[in-house]
Write a protein that binds this ligand. Structure first.
Ligand code: KG4
Ligand code: ZN
Length: 342
């Protein structure tokens, strides 16, 4: 190893965030820079893939430079480049992977392709480098609830990089459900934060939206709640009444959080895990965080808000654990837009 301290440059561009970060020894965040494209995609009501990849091309090198500057380092101080290889939008992933290859080739650094979902899980290991009392690392065996815009799954993790998928959504991802309900209620993109904001002013018991328990499995389903919201919206529109957006958002959020929380706790008991990790964009949700942090049966790790949605610190952290195990990918590595975690 070149240094006693292992520093990984993480690069992430799987969707609509261009991000780079430097992570030391798998947990210390020396820098994390994120350029979001939210304002650009807002007018389309969702991510426009071609526009996203063009925007990544425009910003990625400046973002990498900023991440190094913020860490007060140069590429000479970096031990490896970890980059999101998938899952995600092919055209977006290619930009990050090509940038990572360029850096790796130019500086003769190892290239490590990382699964984006694994990255989200490893966001629970990261803390700012200047933290006086670093938080303890998550302890194995642990259960990870991964809730993002594209994925919702429960994974049993017995050791670093050892995943067993217990279940996943059979239809919409949790974040996708938030985004679709926001659209039905006329709330702006991205839906998750809009629904959360509206829900804060609403009554969570105004509507009894269905909770798909899917007992006997560790799977989830969100299409039923979404359809129930649609049905209510139509009914109210036919009556020419204004849609009670806040009540609807609060009732939807309560149903979604209930299902995610209840099943995760049940699985944690069943598989006898020590701790729980909740990660991915929807882990930014206040009601979901309060549900998990409000129980004391299991210690729960939820990343800070800045690391819930897409970022590169999580890619650098996951990259470290692959690096110390000797993973090195070839420079002809390709993106894998549908790469499962396990
Ligand atoms: O992890 P992420 O940034 O991207 C993917 O890998 O998909 O997750 C984005 C998703 C979006 O669906 C967004 O609406 C949702 O996370 N999200 C939230 C909140 N913040 C972001 N959902 C609920 N409440 C939030 N506060
Ligand atoms: Zn993500």
């Amino acid at each position: 190893m070149a240094n006693e301290k292992v520093r990984i440059l993480g690069i992430e561009s799987s969707c609509d965030e261009t991000a780079a970060a430097v992570i030391q020894n798998g947990r210390e965040q020396l820098s994390s820079v994120i350029a979001t494209q939210i304002e650009i995609h807002k007018k389309y009501g969702g991510v426009f893939p071609e526009v996203a990849s063009r925007q990544h091309i425009r910003t990625i090198y400046a973002i990498i430079e900023q991440a190094l500057d913020q860490a007060h380092l140069s590429l000479a101080d970096i031990d490896a480049v970890a980059v999101t290889r998938g899952p995600g939008l092919a055209g977006s992933l290619v930009v990050g992977l090509n940038a990572a290859k360029g850096v790796a080739l130019a500086r003769d650094l190892p290239l490590i392709g990382i699964n984006h979902l694994e990255g989200h899980i490893y966001s629970a290991w990261v803390y700012p480098a200047d933290t006086p009392n670093p938080p303890p690392a998550p302890q194995f065996p642990l259960l990870a609830l991964l809730v993002s815009g594209g994925h919702t799954e429960l994974n049993l993790i017995t050791d670093h990089l050892h995943y067993r998928r217990l279940g996943a959504t059979l239809d919409d991802a949790a974040g996708e459900a938030f985004d679709k309900v926001a659209r039905l209620d006329g709330l702006p993109y991205p839906g998750g934060p809009s629904v959360q904001k509206a829900a804060a002013e609403g009554n969570p018991e105004a509507f009894a939206f269905p909770r798909a328990r899917l007992d006997g499995t560790w799977n989830f389903s969100f299409s039923g709640i979404k359809t129930a919201v649609l049905r209510e919206v139509r009914k109210i529109e036919e009556l020419n009444r204004p849609i009670p957006v806040n009540d609807m958002a609060a009732s939807f959020q309560a149903a979604a959080v209930d299902v995610l929380f209840t099943k995760t706790l049940k699985a944690a008991r069943e598989f006898g895990v020590k701790e729980i990790v909740v990660a991915g964009g929807v882990s930014a949700n206040k009601a979901l965080r309060e549900a998990f942090l409000g129980q004391d049966e299991f210690p729960v790790h939820i990343p800070p808000l800045s690391l819930c949605t897409d970022n590169a610190a999580m890619i650098g952290a996951a990259g470290y654990y692959h690096y110390i195990l000797g993973q090195r990918d070839p420079l002809n590595l390709d993106v894998n837009p549908t790469w499962p975690l396990s």
